[in-house]
Design a protein around this ligand. Structure first.
Ligand SMILES: C[S@@+](CC[C@H](N)C(=O)[O-])C[C@H]1O[C@@H](n2cnc3c(N)ncnc32)[C@H](O)[C@@H]1O
Length: 383
């Protein structure tokens, strides 16, 4: 969940913002109807109005929309911007739009439900031939020499801190990836294109790619670095490539299980996959280094293996597992069934909390101690 601090950092990223402003300047016509998908604090919606949009539908699920509401009022755009606090997939609009603008990416464009949300909004809200900002993202990658960065991953777990063996954690950490800032000097091989996300056409949130290199110079590989560049509209682009001005996104570092010395004549193959499972991507990266057909290194890694799942938790995810409510589940069940079935008099927050305290006295010795639990359920599951 984004914080207000995070939204501030996005607005303060001049390179990102200048590109978005330019893209809007090139695209908005007087009278344009606009969708700002994931408006955050309302910045793109208000910029669209400044540039002559007739009406903007600004959708945002995060409570940051409260700030957008005040900003829209303070900037006199209340008659032009309709703010909708909801996930876009649950929204219907009264008309189709000429232009939709969004920036739902994380460090990479493969982030949470970013692509399904764009595909859904495009198909339901955008006029035939309407403008999409961004138009296209491309994913790039290369192998990097990054000893300092690699040490932050591995050293706490393999250097026997305080004479303790913490090695069991290492394999979890090395199956996860993080934001990084890589310099061009750290890139060992020519960057390659992994995939292109053409937003007017894209339909799947998943991708897989195979990268191959013939090594020409010796070096020490610590992992794979990925980044994206973006075309917002024709002629307006930015890039997160190492050496380009730093943007808020940065680059992503996928460590190898060990550092590997590569030499001229080696052949390297990296296969990378990202599959959206629920809200999260599972990333897999398989890396193989060979010399004249001999395998020098062969690593199979996946963010699935970074999950701290004990055997009991894994068993509970199996399709044939028959679940039962735990105490927390019984509390939520009680609260929700009271909301759904009780009379109005028995269903204000105090009444529900009093009943909760009677039924679960060990958990809630007083009705006041149940109130926050009831509030949480109300916030998540009620109108
Ligand atoms: C990276 S922020 C961008 C905020 C703002 N548009 C900007 O450019 O500064 C992405 C925002 O999109 C929102 N978001 C992501 N998917 C959404 C969806 N399907 N419906 C509504 N909001 C969504 C997130 O909550 C977040 O506030």
């Amino acid at each position: 969940m984004y914080s207000l601090f995070g939204y501030g950092k996005m607005i303060a990223d001049r390179h990102r913002m200048n590109a978005y402003v330019k893209a809007l300047e090139n695209s908005i016509q007087p009278g344009s109807i606009v969708l700002d998908l994931g408006t955050g604090t309302g910045i793109s919606a208000m910029l669209a109005c400044q540039l002559g949009a007739e009406r903007v539908y600004a959708i945002e699920s995060n409570p940051a929309i409260i700030v957008a509401k005040s900003a829209v009022k303070d900037n006199d755009f209340t008659n032009k911007i309709e703010l909708i606090q909801e996930l876009s997939v649950n929204v219907n609009l009264p008309e189709k739009v000429d232009l939709m603008i969004s920036d739902l990416r994380g460090i990479l464009p493969f982030f949470q439900q970013h692509i399904p949300a764009i595909v859904d909004a495009r198909s339901r809200f955008l006029k035939e031939g309407g403008i999409m900002i961004p138009l296209r993202d491309r994913l790039w990658g290369t192998l990097v020499c990054a000893p300092e960065l690699y040490r932050t991953y591995s050293s706490p777990w393999q250097d026997f801190p305080y004479n303790l063996n913490l090695k069991s954690a290492r394999r979890f950490v090395l199956n996860s990836w993080q934001r990084c800032r890589i310099t061009p000097e750290q890139c060992l091989l020519k960057p390659q294109l992994l995939t292109t996300l053409n937003y007017p056409e894209i339909s799947t949130p998943n991708f897989q790619a195979r990268l191959e290199w013939e090594v020409e110079q010796d070096g020490l590989v610590h992992g794979l670095c990925l980044w994206f560049d973006a075309k917002l509209v024709e002629g307006v682009e930015f890039s997160n490539a190492p050496g380009e001005p730093d943007l808020i996104y940065g680059q992503a570092f996928f460590p190898w299980l060990e550092s590997v010395a590569i030499a001229a004549g080696d052949r390297i193959i990296c296969e990378i996959k990202a599959n959206l499972i629920g809200e999260k991507y599972i990333w897999q990266w398989h890396s193989q280094v060979t010399h004249k057909g001999e395998i020098k290194a062969n690593f199979q890694q996946s963010t699935f293996n970074a999950q701290l799942l004990n055997p009991e938790a894994l068993k509970r995810r199996s399709p044939d597992y028959i679940p039962q409510l735990n105490e927390e589940g019984k509390i939520v069940h009680f609260i929700l069934s009271t909301i759904a079935n009780a009379s109005d008099r028995e269903r204000d927050l105090e009444a529900i909390s009093r009943q909760c305290a009677t039924i679960f006295p060990e958990r809630f010795p007083t009705w006041e101690s149940a109130l926050n639990r009831v509030r949480d359920a109300i916030e998540n599951y009620s109108l």
